[in-house]
Design a protein around this ligand. Structure first.
Ligand code: FES
Length: 93
């Protein structure tokens, strides 16, 4: 669900477990995708500390929805579901 300004916040868990399980690469892939392909929906990227869901990590949140066991392929699916390529807006959080 977009924020009032129409943007979507993507929060990547940067707790030690999620980071070690792959969120360091997921974060880089996320930034690269948003910067190179762009999204119709403005995206705000943020990081967070452990969300006490380590066993299901790596985790991230899109809007208010948690996503678990994130892989590069799953990340691509999520981003494509947001809206696909067009004018991209990238706001560094
Ligand atoms: S480190 Fe991500 S949920 Fe614990």
């Amino acid at each position: 669900m977009p924020a009032e300004d129409g943007s979507i916040e993507i929060v990547v868990c940067l707790g030690s477990s999620c980071f070690a399980r792959g969120n360091s690469e997921i974060l880089a892939a996320l930034q690269q995708y948003v910067q190179s392909k762009g999204l119709k929906t403005p995206v705000r990227l943020a990081g967070c500390l452990c969300q006490d869901q380590c066993k299901q990590g790596p985790n991230l949140k899109v809007g208010s929805e948690f996503h678990h066991n994130i892989t590069a392929a799953r990340l691509r699916e999520l981003l494509q579901q947001l809206d696909g390529p067009s004018r991209g807006e990238y706001v560094k959080a």
